[in-house]
Design a protein. Structure first.
Length: 266
């Protein structure tokens, strides 16, 4: 019975967290009160890696959609150019049917109310990979961005995270991704896409505490035109780090959400 109850408890907690985050917006302190750095620290200069490259590692919170990609991306109500079939699909979807709250990956540009970070990997050839790591285990474990100059393969197998290649333009990290499946939602509202989805993210760290994501959504299968969106991530306290949280296990979720565990029987 105990194991049977853990999954619904975790999912209810996650759903409530996502709903609350949607009310507060991506720039606010996330559910559970994950502490951001101070205002004085936030405006400090951008840190750099030993090779002079801008340090994007984080950890961060926010920087993407969650409850409503249209609103959180800076658009007005009704401004998202969904094709009629896609709008009809979004309008009939129910939040309780969302794949993400069933422990499936959230994908791009989704950001849950919990910390995440870039992991920049170097070899003798320089920066070769960037991994995007999320605190929530059901976010998909990790996302790989290839920084070694390769191109997209001619025939990509549709996957949750797609195939991502990256490059730096000055201090801005540009991530180009194709090869998505059509299973994930852009938000808990149910905003859809197709396998034609092509995204371009432009991540710019404007100061120590702020990371901007200028995001282009291009999907001719579901949208009348490419859509520019704008998101902002905030730096959490650097002495904190990502915790382990496995969706189906509920490991440490209560602590991350600000709940105190019950005292054991003595």
């Amino acid at each position: 019975m105990r194991k049977t109850l853990l999954v619904p408890i975790a999912l209810v907690g996650l759903t409530l967290g996502l709903m609350a985050q949607g009310r507060e917006g991506t720039a606010s302190v996330p559910v559970g009160g994950t502490p951001l750095i101070s205002a004085a620290d936030a405006i400090k200069p951008v840190p750099r890696m030993p090779d002079g490259r801008v340090d994007l590692t984080g950890p961060w919170v926010g920087g993407g959609s969650n409850a409503d990609i249209e609103r959180e991306g800076g658009l007005k109500p009704g401004e998202l150019p969904l094709l009629p079939w896609a709008k009809e699909l979004r309008d009939r979807r129910r939040v309780q049917d969302e794949p993400y709250t069933l422990c499936l990956p959230m994908s791009v540009p989704r950001m849950n109310p919990y910390p995440w970070k870039f992991a920049m990997t170097y070899s003798s050839r320089g920066l070769t990979h960037i991994y995007v790591l999320h605190e929530l285990g059901d976010a998909g474990a990790h996302r790989v961005v290839y920084m070694d100059g390769r191109s997209h393969p001619p025939d990509t197998l549709p996957t949750w995270w797609g195939h991502s290649i990256g490059r730096f333009e000055g201090d801005t990290l540009v991530i180009d991704t194709v090869g998505y499946n059509d299973k994930f939602w852009f938000d808990s509202r149910g905003t859809p896409h197709t396998e034609q989805l092509h995204t371009i993210e432009r991540w710019t760290r404007v100061n120590y505490g702020t990371l901007v994501n200028d995001f282009t959504l291009d999907d001719p299968g579901a949208y009348a035109r490419p859509v520019p969106l704008h998101f902002t991530a905030r730096h959490i306290r650097p002495d904190l780090d990502l915790m382990e949280f496995i969706c189906a296990e509920d490991n440490q979720y209560g602590l991350a959400g600000g709940f105190k565990p019950a005292q054991p029987d003595r």
